[in-house]
Design a protein around this ligand. Structure first.
Ligand code: NAD
Ligand code: LMR
Length: 333
């Protein structure tokens, strides 16, 4: 049996974690031969609820679940973590502006970045889910000067999976028959779900579906899916978000399928003309625990406009929190 790996999860008593933790313990994220130690982190007032979740995890008798530890602060919770899933965040309250949400979460993710810097394993891989995920990832990474920004990613796999599921449902194919989906930009309504490289049963998707449906229905549907689910459930997506976290982390660690593209929110290195230093979803391939942006994809005028729109939104978000960001170092690029 392999040595267990340490996985820290914030917001561990929340709705997403109530699906996520059980999938991790069952081996869906790190593989069916990899024991795990779960370091679960919550706010002090949610510790009772967290103890209940831990009891349930124990009661599943998962063979791969080595140990569970519970923490009411990130400094203890991130100790020696090989993987950190930053799920907890402050939700938007009544009358709160987006900028208030950005600022309140900036303080939380600054502390979490510092704690990762000071206490986590030097090779920690971090995935930020708490919204606004891209800008929270920027704040956390900038507060971790001793870690590489490439160790930080934000969740856009949910948008990727949504695009795939919605296209499969529309075309009558199964998701297994669909490849080449790409999500560009922010995890928000400005994201660009791009089907120009997508295939259904090996043939270009756009030759098999109506362009008007793609532009006028598919794109807004994927962009606004989170809001549509909140409207229908009265709560934000949870099980599908948990699945996406598992998928994104598993691909990052164990690699994407040969020839397959996925989407991850990562620090822009200037590829495709996107401003360096913002977290932006790009098409990537993963191998040996690393991700690489898929280069040389042609982006037409329609796509370029959408890339610029979502890039501008991320630059505006960055401007709102700029005063809270530590000075940029060489490593931030
Ligand atoms: P939830 O409210 O059910 O749970 C969040 C939990 O986080 C709560 O238990 C809360 O006590 C805890 N928490 C808050 N701040 C914390 C902190 N500083 N440290 C530790 N724990 C903290 O919410 P949820 O449905 O689990 O969603 C969590 C976040 O994920 C939200 O911000 C949501 O908007 C976001 N989300 C992102 C995506 C994505 O694709 N990126 C998708 C769905 C949801
Ligand atoms: C989602 O895409 O489902 C969430 O990001 C929505 C939200 O605001 O929690």
């Amino acid at each position: 049996m392999r040595r267990p790996v340490r996985i820290a999860v914030t917001g561990a008593a929340g709705a997403i974690s109530y699906s996520l933790l059980f999938k991790i313990a069952a081996g869906e994220m790190m593989g069916k031969d990899q024991p795990v130690i779960l370091q679960l982190i919550e706010l002090p007032h949610a510790m009772d609820s967290l103890r209940g979740v831990a009891m349930e995890l124990m009661d599943c008798a998962y063979p791969l679940l080595h140990t569970i530890t519970l923490h009411d602060n990130v400094e203890d919770g991130f100790n020696n973590a090989h993987y950190a899933l930053l799920v907890g965040a402050k939700p938007r309250g009544p009358g709160m502006e987006r900028s208030d949400l950005l600022e309140e979460n900036a303080a939380i993710f600054a502390r979490q970045g510092k704690a990762l810097n000071d206490y986590a394993n030097r090779d920690v891989k971090v995935l930020i889910t708490g919204n606004p995920a891209n800008t929270n990832a920027l704040i956390a990474s900038r507060n971790a000067p001793d870690l590489s920004p490439s160790q930080f990613t934000c969740l856009t796999r949910l948008d990727h999976n949504r695009a795939k599921g919605i296209l499969a449902n529309h075309s009558g194919a199964t998701t297994r028959d669909i490849g080449g989906i790409m999500i560009w930009g922010n995890h928000s309504a400005t994201q660009y779900p791009d089907l120009h490289q997508a295939t259904i049963l090996g043939k270009p998707a756009l030759s098999q579906i109506d362009t008007a449906w793609y532009r006028d229905e598919f794109i807004p549907k994927v962009q606004k899916r989170g809001a549509e689910i909140i409207e229908a459930r009265g709560l934000s997506s949870a099980a599908s978000a948990a699945q996406a976290i598992v998928d994104q982390m598993r691909d990052w660690v164990l690699g994407t399928e040969p020839g397959e593209i996925t989407s991850m929110g990562i620090l822009s290195d200037g590829s495709y003309g996107i401003t360096k230093g913002i977290f932006f979803s790009f098409p990537v391939r993963c191998n040996y625990g690393r991700y690489q942006i898929v280069q040389d994809i042609s982006v037409n005028e329609f796509g370029r406009k959408r890339l610029t729109e979502t890039e501008e939104e991320l630059l505006e978000e960055k401007a709102v929190v700029e005063h809270l960001l530590p000075k940029e170092t060489e490593a931030s690029h």
